[in-house]
Design a protein. Structure first.
Ligand SMILES: Cc1cc2nc3c(=O)[nH]c(=O)nc-3n(C[C@H](O)[C@H](O)[C@H](O)COP(=O)(O)O)c2cc1C
Length: 356
């Protein structure tokens, strides 16, 4: 099966086409990657590529409790050890940079950090905090041009430092309603300067980061996650020029020689309605490079179907939580163990490194 054959991603040789999807697991006490996380990722090194949980390049982007960062020496050193563990077991490892923007509570942020977003529009609903349980999201401050430059610098610095210590590459998280998508989506971006308004302006923040990161570490070490038609975190699922917006992003990422575009299909498990266009193939045809797709993939035959449709790589999320040796199980057509949602975000080893 093509699913289990080697695949060249940029300069990397992946041992199969199965990608462990980014999964926030909230085990990073004090926002620092630790030995327990090293163990968890090392156990899953049979994936062709592991993409880490969302990791903030900035103190301002740590909206959830116990998510890791990549801006201090301690954090970078933690990721170095995680990458070493994965490499020792024969795997490859990208870190997903996720700045949560307005999806945040100040109670989760370190001292001095603040909620920032393209516009000062509060997200409805609540954010879990360790100190006070669920709390309303903070109303973000509208980012000044200086804030924008700082946030961009933070993404670039994190990417550079991570690659320096041996991480294989970086994924920019421009999906699921976090800071990068908050700029792209017209519901959360009502700016009137060059970072808001038409779709090209709304893409500017993301593309400037993409260009700077690609210039320094090489486009072939960078991917981007996108969720067209997504509604998670109160994004507007469909809007005028959506197809133009994603076509433009794909064209620009092609110019930067990006390693891949990773398309989240939020119809699967995330409540998005049917897509009104064939956006996945539009992105694929425009970009021309590697595309990762997936969602609700539980068998090798389903992965193979997606590859037969012309996509390159297949992401698998929840099954990797509860089946560390997922690739072997898929190869043998074994029944998978179900993951327990109660321990998705709970600190500690239970439901994390104890699945077999
Ligand atoms: C516990 C959990 C944490 C997640 N964390 C992230 C994340 O940090 N970054 C991200 O891009 N997606 C995240 N997702 C979405 C997954 O990457 C994936 O798109 C989703 O689980 C659907 O794929 P699946 O059906 O294979 O699980 C998360 C999903 C779950 C269940």
């Amino acid at each position: 099966m093509k699913t289990f054959e080697e695949f060249s991603l940029g300069d990397l040789k992946l041992k199969n086409r199965i990608i462990m999807a980014p999964l926030t697991r909230s085990r990073a006490i004090d926002n620092i990657p630790n030995d327990l996380m090293r163990k968890y990722y090392s156990q899953r090194a049979s994936a062709g590529l592991i993409i880490s949980e969302g990791t903030s390049p900035s103190p301002n982007g740590l909206g959830y409790p116990r998510i890791p960062g990549a801006y201090s020496n301690e954090q970078i050193n933690g990721w170095k050890k995680v990458a070493e563990g994965v490499h020792k077991n024969g795997g490859k490892f990208f870190v997903q940079l996720m700045h949560t923007g307005r999806v945040t509570s100040g109670l989760n942020l370190p001292e001095g950090a603040k909620a920032l977003a393209p516009s000062a529009i509060k997200l409805d609903g609540e954010m879990y905090t360790d100190v006070k349980g669920p709390q309303p999201h903070d109303t973000p401050a509208e980012m000044t041009i200086a804030d924008i430059k700082t946030a961009q610098d933070e993404h670039v610095n994190a990417a550079v430092e991570l690659v320096k210590v041996g991480v294989d590459g970086i994924e920019l998280h421009a999906a699921n309603g976090y800071l990068l998508e908050q700029f792209i989506n017209p519901k959360s971006n009502i700016r009137t300067d060059e970072y808001g308004g038409n779709y090209k302006n709304r893409a500017r923040f993301v593309l400037e980061i993409a260009k700077r990161v690609a210039d320094i570490i090489g486009g072939n070490k960078v991917g981007m996650r996108l969720s067209p038609y997504g509604v998670f975190n109160d994004m507007q699922g469909d809007y005028e020029n959506l197809v133009d917006a994603y076509t433009y992003l794909a064209e620009e990422l092609k110019k930067l020689n990006f390693a891949y575009i990773h398309i989240v299909d939020q119809r699967v498990a995330m409540g998005a309605p049917e897509f009104s266009t064939d956006i996945k193939s539009t992105i694929k045809n425009t970009f021309g490079g590697n595309i990762i797709v997936g969602g609700d993939v539980h068998t090798a035959s389903r992965a193979e179907e997606l590859i037969d449709e012309g996509y390159d790589l297949v992401y698998i999320g929840r099954p990797f939580i509860s089946n560390p040796n997922l690739v072997e199980k898929l190869k043998a057509n074994e029944t998978l163990t179900d993951a327990d949602p109660n321990t998705f975000y709970a600190p500690g080893e239970v439901g994390y490194v104890d699945y077999i």
